[in-house]
Design a protein around this ligand. Structure first.
Ligand code: PPE
Length: 306
């Protein structure tokens, strides 16, 4: 589906027209994947558009940059304000938000330190990432032949642009084999996560999600789901999961900003089935939270008009 255009994109401190938000072909990040980014969503609420956990996302962006020794030429407060401004000027009630910090044009070669650091924030309307049917009835997933990189090869904790070649290969492999999504394992043989989502299973009534040490990104949706699980009184734990645990899970779902909360209906053709009661309950609570319909989670919403 082509990207729906909006009016303005924030680039290095200024709002520019969508069609003018371009870079030179010798931009370092195009050649070496030297960038870090975030995926954030703003939702329509009764008090206008609100960005879900914006401060947490910007904090993770700075941590990703720190891991790669990229000095962001703006403060977190400036990027938070710039994000809100970009949503506001485009008059969007709800949207996806893509802040990107990347090494720009001016130097080539593998030493990134002399490169200029550039920052952009784009927003666009983005509906359900895996489709409406997926949200209701779940997706078919396949364990990938591709693994997540070892944390000493490429740190999965940093949301770096180059890292996503790994995810893309797993995604394409799964799609070509007739599945919707892939699960990647860690080099140590534990379940890591999906291509752009964290993974949860339910076993013996307990909600389990893998740790960062198994190659998963510290997901902000994942963390929100753990809080929701706690508040709903469900037993929940961050722990290593084996491939066989996936095959015998009572329920399974994936979480991410783009994907939101999506049930899994089968894993490598082992049927999990229609979404179970725990999946339904956390999914329903998550959607109430992001829309500002759950008082308990109002702190997660950062309104763009205030
Ligand atoms: N793991 C990976 C590898 C990942 O990329 C994401 C987000 C997550 C887990 C979930 O994290 P969080 O969004 O904080 O709950 N993936 C972003 C990019 C997806 C894309 O297609 O691009 C996202 O969901 O915005």
């Amino acid at each position: 589906m082509p990207l729906p255009k909006v009016d303005k994109i924030w680039m290095d401190g200024a709002l520019v027209d969508w069609d003018d938000a371009n870079v030179h072909v010798l931009t370092h990040a195009l050649h070496y994947g030297s960038g870090v980014f975030e995926g954030i969503r703003a939702y329509a609420t009764s008090e206008g558009p609100a960005v879900f956990r914006l401060t947490d996302h910007i904090r993770r962006l700075f941590n990703s940059a720190k891991i790669y020794l990229i000095e962001v030429p703006f403060s977190a407060e400036q990027l938070i304000e710039a994000t809100k401004e970009t949503v506001r000027v485009n008059a969007l009630e709800s949207c996806y938000i893509r802040p990107l910090v990347y090494l720009g044009y001016g130097e080539m070669g593998l030493n990134p330190l002399p490169c200029p650091v550039q920052v952009s924030i784009a927003v666009w309307p983005w509906g359900t990432y895996l489709g409406d049917l997926a949200l209701q009835h779940g997706v078919k997933v396949k364990i990938s032949s591709w693994q997540r990189p070892d944390p000493n090869s490429m740190p999965p904790a940093a949301k770096a642009t180059g890292m996503y070649l790994n995810s893309s290969m797993a995604k394409v492999e799964a799609l070509k084999a007739g599945y919707d999504e892939a699960i990647l394992m860690s080099p140590q043989g534990y379940v890591s996560e999906c291509t752009g989502e964290n993974l949860f299973i339910v076993k013996d009534g307990r909600i389990i999600t893998p740790p960062t040490s198994a190659g998963a990104l510290e997901g902000i949706t994942q963390r929100s789901i753990m809080t929701i699980a706690r508040d709903l009184g469900f037993e929940h734990v961050v722990a290593n999961i084996l491939r066989s645990d996936l095959y015998t899970a009572e329920e399974a779902f994936l979480t991410g900003t783009a994907a939101e909360v999506v049930p899994i209906r089968s894993i490598d053709d082992r049927v999990v089935g229609e979404p179970g009661p725990i999946t339904r309950k956390v999914q329903e609570t998550f959607f109430a939270a992001v829309k500002g319909e759950a008082d308990r989670y109002k702190d997660w919403l950062e309104h763009v008009n205030t």
